[in-house]
Design a protein around this ligand. Structure first.
Ligand SMILES: NC(=O)c1ccc[n+]([C@@H]2O[C@H](COP(=O)([O-])OP(=O)(O)OC[C@H]3O[C@@H](n4cnc5c(N)ncnc54)[C@H](O)[C@@H]3O)[C@@H](O)[C@H]2O)c1
Ligand SMILES: O=P(O)(O)OC[C@@H](O)[C@@H](O)[C@H](O)[C@H](O)CO
Length: 493
């Protein structure tokens, strides 16, 4: 079976959709930093739809890997002429496969930062988009302040340094555009962060200010940073996914992407330099993204955290297993109805009850095979963005907090190293060492005292009492008995 590339594309069987447009005529209008699974299932898919409909010929994508760990992606992109297969997994087992052609170029920044800067500085580039994870904005989860002491940032600020961070690369490109009299591009964060555009403006503005205060003012005033809400569950590609694609569709693809059928992109319409007609392919262009984003982060992403830590402790491996387990399903619904939803403003055009019901159905899709381990990775970046805003809003309003706090206790319990069956549970987190040390401390509140993650939550008597009770119960009686008490509204013993 031939490997997917531009020459083998015409030989693929009729069961796979392939681009009918001429990729060689597509110019780059978007440079995307952080080409992982999600960019390829989402933004690149929308641009591919546009190109397929005969539009947006000058809005092709140049992908960029910022980190050395993106080398594997660079190799696959080079070998496959930037083509890859997007496999949509329906709950009944039906698979839909499409080769996406909208990424027309790929650059690995550590190999050639100058080429990346020049690509962003090129007149045709009008959007630089990002999926560099919640941790990629170099800000403290507690205070939101830009970390000026991060070694890579310090290195990027040395005069004449070859940029290696997102901030160094993007800022150098903006400086060159300004010198050349070109309008700045819009920077579009597609990461799951409340006010992702605002956060990006603050982070890039802070970096530019460190380089030159006047430049910082110019970035904050002149560069558009539209906010966005993005949604499509995209698990990590597995060897089984690759083998299935070869067996069922006759495509040999070294790095396909798999995802659920659902997709949503709500985008603030703030593109003075122009944008592709994304509304023609289902993107919602709005004036204010905030209500959509709060809904998604507090229901879906925080809901993932709710299932993830406690589900893992109880021995579940997959999201669909935990959400099909009646006990965890009820616990999740209780969190959504009683703790998350009361914190949300009305969302234009959306019935929240319907949204919640659909969400539980999406989580239960057995074909997606999203792992709880993926959701629990980097929790110290995710929990402060997704779950703590809910907990803080409920605390301030004097509402129910027990389920949110139980998730924190579940996370603390996993940091002790094993699940309820005694199997090891790995903590994959940038703050792993600090969290493991706290989990070994005799003080039951030690974990919650990690200020960089939780701020001053341990000092709140309601939180402290609920956390201590739940953690003690998880240790003594196990996860199911503890969750059962929470679901039944009983005091956790
Ligand atoms: N996977 C999903 O279901 C999903 C859905 C919606 C939104 N997202 C958003 O997309 C992000 C990426 O998800 P993914 O599934 O593509 O992950 P992934 O692991 O497949 O890709 C992550 C990419 O980010 C890059 N990256 C990480 N840290 C970085 C840093 N400090 N600087 C520069 N680049 C960095 C990596 O090198 C990689 O290219 C998520 O963190 C989330 O904010 C993901
Ligand atoms: O990818 P993250 O870090 O934002 O969060 C983990 C999951 O909750 C997330 O990937 C969801 O699957 C996604 O946000 C669905 O759109």
């Amino acid at each position: 079976m031939p490997r997917l590339d531009a020459t083998t594309l015409p030989t693929l069987g009729p069961s796979v959709w392939t681009p009918r447009y001429d990729r060689s005529a597509v110019g780059v209008g978007i440079v995307h930093l952080g080409v992982g699974g999600f960019h390829r299932s989402h933004e690149a898919m929308y641009v591919d739809r546009l190109l397929e409909s005969g539009q947006a010929q000058d809005w092709g994508i140049c992908g960029v890997g910022v980190l050395p760990s993106d080398r594997r992606m660079a190799e696959v992109m080079a070998a496959q002429d930037c083509l890859y297969t997007l496999v949509v997994k329906h709950a009944d087992g039906f698979l839909d496969a499409r080769v996406v052609g909208s990424v027309v170029e790929y650059l690995l920044a550590p190999d050639d930062p100058e080429a990346v800067v020049e690509k962003m500085a090129a007149p045709g580039t009008r959007i630089v988009s990002l999926t560099v994870t919640e941790g990629g904005y170099n800000t403290s989860p507690d205070t939101g302040a830009f970390d000026t002491a991060a070694p890579d940032v310090v290195a990027d600020l040395q005069p004449g340094a070859l940029p290696r961070t997102t901030f160094g690369l993007v800022t150098e490109a903006l400086v060159r555009r300004r010198e050349r009299g070109l309008a700045p591009f819009a920077v579009v964060s597609c990461d799951n962060i409340p006010g992702n555009g605002h956060l990006a403006r603050a982070a890039f503005g802070a970096f530019a200010t460190l380089r030159d205060p006047e430049l910082g003012e110019w970035v904050a005033a002149e560069v558009p940073f539209p906010n966005s809400m993005v949604d499509r569950i995209t698990p990590v590609t597995t060897d089984d996914d690759r083998a299935d694609l070869a067996r069922r569709f006759g495509v040999e693809d070294a790095w396909p992407v798999v995802c659920e059928p659902y997709t949503q992109w709500v985008l603030e319409d703030a593109f003075p330099g122009g944008r592709p007609p994304l509304e023609d392919v289902g993107v919602q262009l709005v004036d204010d993204v905030a209500p959509y984003e709060l809904m998604k982060l507090r229901l879906l992403n925080a809901g993932h955290q709710v299932l993830g830590h406690l589900g893992r402790l109880a021995g579940h491996a997959y999201v669909h297993e935990a959400s099909q387990d009646p006990l965890f399903r009820e616990f999740l619904l209780g969190y959504l109805d009683e703790e998350a939803t009361p914190t949300l403003p009305p969302v234009p055009g959306i019935d929240l009850r319907r949204y919640r019901a659909d969400l539980v159905g999406r989580f239960a899709n057995p074909a997606v095979r999203d792992t709880l381990a993926r959701l629990c990775e980097n929790a110290s970046d995710r929990i402060p963005q997704f779950l703590l805003p809910v907990l803080r809003a409920d605390l301030a309003a004097g509402r129910e907090i027990r389920r949110s706090v139980a998730v924190l206790a579940g996370w603390a319990r996993t940091a002790e190293g094993t699940d309820d069956t005694g199997r090891p549970v790995e903590l994959s987190d940038p703050r792993r060492d600090a969290l493991l040390a706290r989990a070994r401390d005799a003080d039951p509140l030690a974990f919650l005292r990690e200020r960089d993650v939780f701020g001053d939550l341990a000092e709140d008597p309601r939180v402290a009492a609920a956390f201590t009770e739940t953690l003690t119960s998880l240790r003594r009686r196990g996860t199911r008995a503890t969750v059962e008490d929470l679901v039944r509204g009983r005091r956790v013993r």
